[in-house]
Write a protein that binds this ligand. Structure first.
Ligand code: NAD
Length: 690
């Protein structure tokens, strides 16, 4: 007979006795009943309608039975439950439709909260979203030490919808609860205990004891205490809510993102009564789900998964050698070490190597704790003479954008590298087919194009040139997956996808500067559209030298006319005013690395936005038309994860679709007449199906 303790095993269940439904296992043990979630046909538990319906039937039995306690657990290795299944949120169109479903789901969770038995959720791994809401409906939550708990709903334009907003703000200090829900971050078990979300944190071997303690009344129920109660009173709520709105506005402007503000209002208006808040939460959730913003953010969630698929499987890359420890090389090397690779980083400049080590340590300090921190530092080795090349499975060249220099570097690498090592360039603008012409074994060369800043932008373009082998290309994609980034396969065409789309947008902004438009106003126009930073600030961030090189190469290599490169840009590069990295670019930079901006003299206009955004959309369309990128979903994903293109719009092509492809083409034709031939629309708009 299988005992309940065996269900606690972190290994998957095999040959389990007890009564197994499709998604739940029921196990009776004296006066206890275990309800073990083991969602059918998947390795991860999520809560969807079938899972909750089966639970509802089990609760009929529980309510009628004589058991004294109910214990919820998961049979999956990865965790308790990863929240709701987002698939069920796609394409819903009416508030009434959502309301009916959310009411039905809440009725099940409310039944758990109302059970006469003592209820315990024994959680491990991921216990987030709906999973955490189920746990919060129990009397006790006992967490295994690897558990992470949180509410990520805000990241897809929602807030918790199964009672989580009400139960969490009444279980712990409501300000902490709101912070957790507003950021969408998860906390580890130890922090969850400090906050009062869980009553105990123990290793697996002590889970049974902790459950026992909860059931025998030896575990004290957590709660926010007197401070929490005071904060849930209306005057405090009103003042705190105003503060939260101000803070949230900086991260997610209310004109683009509704859900954090809906959450704040929910607590402000109804935080005084759990019952009222439970009801209001449902109405608010049902209102949010069908909105365009939420549907687009759910779309972005699936676009990320789509790119992740490209990097599936291990690359077997362990040792990475980076050539060039400048802006990009230093960040690429540090990121690889952070993610567990052994990194050697080569540069003829001792100063560059010193800076690279310092900034890598800063990144590790920010992201890791001992002992991982020390290990990451050990994995990152400056290498003045390039000795690491011999041991490397992958070599990434991130030297200055000069073909003759890069070619020399490849010759040196080829002499020393292992025969099966993959060799990659991070070039933004050079033609790979020309760059690799002189190498001995072009088959193992590819492009691996990271974006700046590497730690913030998840996209990496993996570039195939005419001579790359499928093996090298696949290894490169998997390597990108191994380091937690999102690989986008592209062909070796000018600017690949992202810079080809970004440059006409940046170029147009620079032309406007030439026309006498205030830089701050240009940036504001793009920010109001939903870009994370304006094009002028972005040009400074990337480096004006890099922008100039990319703009020149695109003007030379693409058939489509590009915005004229202003003389002042060439002059600035000549003078060494290269942007943020030199403390001066278009803007001046303070020691905090932030641009010094003047107040707006005039508001930004819709026409300015059109002039900048339409060329970006058009360049994406022409790249799809030419097969640079596989399809429009990949292109949308790339622009969101490579440039921060307004995620709530669902990507450039998705956005264009909402405006109508014909309307995009006609507006471009108007601008072609009024501004110049560079606005001639791609034929794709009128060929593509909407
Ligand atoms: P950078 O000028 O900041 O750094 C280049 C580094 O290479 C310097 O530290 C320099 O000392 C070193 N170097 C010079 N000669 C070398 C040699 N023979 N061997 C090894 N190292 C040598 O340049 P960056 O901005 O990091 O750009 C590097 C590459 O990455 C370029 O190909 C660029 O197109 C590409 N890139 C840049 C960005 C960006 O935003 N800056 C983004 C994506 C790709």
């Amino acid at each position: 007979m299988t005992t309940a303790i065996e269900y606690l095993s972190p290994t998957p269940l095999t040959g389990v006795e007890g009564s197994r439904g499709i998604h739940w296992i029921k196990h009776e043990e004296g006066d206890r009943i275990w309800l073990i979630l083991d969602k059918g046909d998947t390795s991860t538990n999520t809560l969807d309608e079938p899972v909750l319906r089966e639970l509802n039937d089990l609760l009929d039995e529980v309510e009628q039975g004589d058991w004294k306690s109910v214990i919820f657990r998961s049979a999956k290795r990865g965790g308790f439950a990863a929240g709701a299944d987002l698939n069920q949120f796609r394409g819903v169109s009416t508030v009434a439709e959502v309301r009916a479903k959310i009411d039905e789901a809440n009725a099940v969770i409310d039944r758990i909260a109302a059970l006469k038995q003592t209820t315990v959720a024994a959680v491990h791994g991921a216990c987030v979203g709906g999973g955490l809401e189920l746990a919060l409906a129990c009397d006790f939550i006992v967490a295994r030490d690897d558990a992470s708990l949180g509410f990520p709903e805000v990241l897809v334009g929602l807030h918790p919808g199964l009672g989580g907003t009400a139960r969490l703000t009444h279980r712990i200090n409501p300000v902490e609860a709101m912070k957790l829900m507003l950021t969408g971050r998860s906390v580890r078990a130890g922090k969850a205990k400090k906050l009062g979300i869980v009553e105990a944190v123990v290793p697996e071997r002590n889970m049974a004891n902790a459950i026992e303690a909860a059931l025998s009344g030896k575990l004290e129920r957590s709660g926010g205490g007197a401070t929490a109660t005071a904060m849930n009173l209306f005057p405090a709520r009103k003042a705190i809510a105003a503060q939260m709105r101000g803070e949230t506005e900086k991260q997610a402007p209310s004109e683009h993102y509704e859900s954090p503000y809906a959450l704040i209002s929910l607590w402000e208006k109804h935080g005084g009564s759990m019952e009222e808040m439970l009801q209001a939460e449902r109405a608010s959730f049902a209102h949010l789900l069908p909105t365009d913003t939420t549907q687009n953010l759910v779309r972005v969630f699936f676009l990320r998964q789509r790119l992740q698929q490209n990097g599936k499987g291990s690359s077997n890359v362990r040792n990475v050698h980076v050539v060039g420890a400048g802006t990009m090389g230093a960040e690429i090397g540090a990121w690889c070490a952070l993610k567990g690779m052994n990194v050697t980083i080569q540069d003829p400049s001792r100063e560059a190597l010193g800076k690279a080590v310092a900034s890598a340590h800063k990144l590790f300090d920010r992201k890791l704790r001992d002992p991982e921190l020390l290990r990451a530092k050990d994995r990152f080795t400056p290498d003045l003479h390039g000795n690491g090349v011999r041991h490397a499975d992958l070599i990434i060249e991130a030297a200055p954008e000069r073909p003759e220099l890069k070619e020399k570097i490849y010759a040196q690498i080829e002499e020393k590298a292992k025969p099966d090592a993959v060799i990659a360039t991070n070039t933004s603008s050079l033609d790979l087919n020309k760059l690799f012409k002189g190498v001995k074994r072009p088959d193992r060369f590819v492009g691996i194009h990271f974006f700046n800043p590497v730690s913030k932008l998840d996209l990496v373009e993996v570039v195939r040139h005419d001579g790359s082998s499928t093996e090298a290309f696949e290894t490169a994609q998997r390597f990108v997956g191994d380091i937690g980034k999102l690989p986008l396969p592209v062909t070796a065409s000018p600017g690949f996808l992202v810079n080809r789309a970004l440059m006409p947008y940046l170029g147009e902004a620079l032309v406007m500067v030439d026309e006498g438009v205030q830089c701050e106003r240009i940036d504001k126009a793009a920010e109001e559209f939903g870009m994370p930073m304006g094009p002028i600030e972005l040009a400074d961030q990337v480096g004006l030298d890099i922008c100039l090189a990319v703009a020149e190469s695109l003007a030379r290599d693409l058939d489509h006319p590009m915005p004229e490169i202003p003389q002042w840009l060439r002059d600035k590069v000549e003078r060494g005013e290269l942007g943020r990295k030199t403390g001066k670019g278009v803007y001046d930079y303070g020691s905090d690395g932030k641009p010094k901006k003047d107040k707006l003299k005039k508001p930004a206009t819709e026409e300015m936005r059109k002039r900048m955004i339409l060329p970006l959309l058009d360049a994406v369309a022409s790249a799809i038309d030419e097969g640079v990128v596989e399809d429009r979903d990949s292109a949308d994903a790339a622009m969101i994860f490579g440039t921060g293109f307004a995620p709530f719009l669902g990507g450039p092509i998705h956005y264009a679709q909402s405006r109508g492809f014909e309307a995009v083409a006609t507006t471009m034709e108007r601008l072609e007449r009024e501004v110049g031939p560079r606005y001639k629309p791609s034929p794709w708009w009128r060929k593509a199906k909407e």
